[in-house]
Design a protein around this ligand. Structure first.
Ligand SMILES: [Zn+2]
Ligand SMILES: [Zn+2]
Length: 257
């Protein structure tokens, strides 16, 4: 089995201190490729460096809505330069987070729109983070997202109705351990309407450990098999079939070698 963790933060503590061991446990569990995601300029530099060192590891570079206040013209230009590096397969994560509002909403919107323009220019897909801001995220994508190579809503925790709105626009949807949580029936209903050629799976580690190991901290790529197993059952296929399908979806979406 060869699953891809399509969204992890291997530069974050405590995972960053033991990457070789984390990757070995991951491979032993059947999660054999990783996309490690940048969240600000400095972190994006680190993910590019990390991904260049390991086989089957790729990077995305972006400015997370939490860090949007650092997204001035100079930072965006440096990010674009970095996005041209070899292991980079997408722009992001970028988007809107109106749950925490760590950055001011106008900054979040401006830096999100700028990264959409950047992704179009570089012909790269976009990894979108959207929390408590579904309508505003769609509004910006509708305005600035035309001609994008691809869009994935990561850590999707919305409804089936919202999932349909994304599918109609041709977007992909990615699920974390949230879909395994006991109180996440709405998210499971959403996963039910996403066809396998639009569905991806991720850990978002070190956060979001799935059931039945939700108490295990930090989350790491090896634990993604629990999420994959639940999604397979939801889609009515066995784990092997699910792995083949979701891996193919991720390889196509991110144009992995
Ligand atoms: Zn995120
Ligand atoms: Zn993330």
């Amino acid at each position: 089995m060869d699953l891809i963790d399509t969204h992890c933060h291997l530069t974050f503590e405590p995972l960053a201190d033991e990457v070789p061991a984390v990757l070995q446990r991951s491979k032993d569990a059947g999660v054999t490729s990783w996309i490690t995601v940048g969240t600000n300029l400095e972190d994006s530099r680190q993910v590019v460096e990390l991904a260049a060192r390991y086989e089957n590891m790729y990077a995305t570079v972006g400015i997370h809505p939490h860090d949007a206040e650092e997204g001035d013209e100079r930072a965006l230009a440096a990010l674009e330069e970095l996005a041209r590096s070899e292991p980079v397969v997408a722009v992001g994560e970028t988007g809107l987070d109106f749950h925490y509002n760590f950055s001011k909403q106008p900054d979040q919107k401006r830096v999100f729109a700028a990264q959409l323009e950047m992704a179009r220019e570089l012909d790269l897909p976009v990894v979108v983070h959207s929390r408590n801001a579904f309508d505003e995220t769609i509004e910006i994508l509708d305005r600035h997202g035309e001609g994008l190579k691809g869009v994935v809503f990561h850590c999707f925790s919305g409804s089936a109705e919202q999932a349909r709105l994304l599918l109609e626009r041709g977007y992909h949807i990615s699920f974390t351990g949230v879909v395994t949580f006991k109180n996440a029936e709405t998210v499971r209903e959403a996963a039910g309407v996403v066809p396998l050629d639009r569905l991806m799976v991720e850990t978002d580690c070190p956060y979001m450990s799935p059931e039945p190991v939700r108490k295990q901290k930090p989350n790491e790529p090896a634990l993604m098999v629990h999420t994959a197993r639940l999604l397979a059952a939801l889609k009515g296929v066995n784990l092997e079939e699910f792995a083949r399908a979701s891996t193919r979806t991720a390889q196509t979406f991110f144009a992995l070698g």
